[in-house]
Ligand binder design. Sequence first.
Ligand SMILES: Cc1cc2nc3c(=O)[nH]c(=O)nc-3n(C[C@H](O)[C@H](O)[C@H](O)COP(=O)(O)O)c2cc1C
Length: 385
Amino acid sequence: MPRMSTAPDLSKIDGLRPLERASRNRLMLGLFIPLQQGAWSPSTWKRGTSWTFEYNAECAVRAEELGFDLVFGLAQWLGKGGYGGEMRFRENTSDPLLVTAGLAPLTRNIILISTVHILYGWHPLHLAKLAATLDHMSLGRWGLNVVTGYKKSEYEMFGMEPIEHDLRYAMAGEFSTMMRRLWTEDENVTIAGRWWTITNGFVAPKPVNGSVIMVNAGSSGAGLEYAAKHSDLIFITSPAGAHLDHACQALPSHNAKIKALARSHSRDVKTIINPHVICRETEKEAWAQYHAILEHQDPVAADNFYAMFVGGDQESWRAATRNDWVIGGNVHVVGSPEQVVDAFLRLHKAGCDGVQINFYDYLPDLEFFGARVLPLLKQAGLREG
Ligand SMILES: Cc1cc2nc3c(=O)[nH]c(=O)nc-3n(C[C@H](O)[C@H](O)[C@H](O)COP(=O)(O)O)c2cc1C
């Protein structure tokens, strides 16, 4: 049985809403939980990382106890064998909506974000109701990462034709507006939209803070425009690939553009980037781990995984190389605890409001991070004491 968090209920101490509490930190801290078999790295190098609920629950509970602000789960639909290879990369994948529901009673403070492909057969009333329920189960800690699906194969699995890129975001806009009306209006809602219709629909209970925490992960013009209008958090992608120097050159203007766009809609959006962290006592040991992951790559899984990132109609991942994707994550942060803190300071300086971290061997890597990096992040002023 998964264990419950031992962290005190912070809302009883500071009275803050979860997102307000997270935003007090100069750098929000999230964990990208490993719901998919093999998580982010198509490599057979040794590790205990597992896609099971039990393992993910321990990651989330431990992250909360260490003071992380959020955990986030990806949603992906794959055929038999996943991305293939000897390791059948990502064949087993748990559903993030259900996993976050399971995590709600095990945790007290941490924000639980689930991805939903809203265009794969959902109606806004369905999701508004489920989201409001999850919001209550977690007392206002549940977040919805709205994704529109960039893979033709996924649309086909659901018996659908792929939908043109920008049209998907127009549909996501209508869908989200309908959910927001259901969460905020105290009368039956009737809307004849372009894609969905609601006649006398109603959702109660309402989310405890008026809305669930809205998130998206777009990087195109249409994706950012959607974020500016609807999201509280946006998961951003380095426009210049996984190398930290290149990412930190490209990120200031990317972050500034997103903030300006949100301001033009009188809104505030926080940006969160997704580094893969390999941290060891010394830089040499950290790079040895990096090279071991690369050298033990599963070549078939790595080829298929890379093909996914350079295929589809999304543009944002093309700057990363095949080897970058064997390691996984969006920006690579490899080094000693001091070097990880330095990298996070640079990402913060580049305009990122937060990081959500991938690890290779989640539980021991998280424990090491908690023991060696977190105190230094506090000393550096990136995290509250
Ligand atoms: C951190 C992160 C998480 C994402 N999670 C998912 C996901 O769970 N499922 C999915 O289909 N797409 C996911 N995406 C892809 C985005 O929804 C989006 O399609 C991609 O970033 C391309 O942006 P665009 O749609 O604006 O072109 C994610 C992207 C990022 C950066």
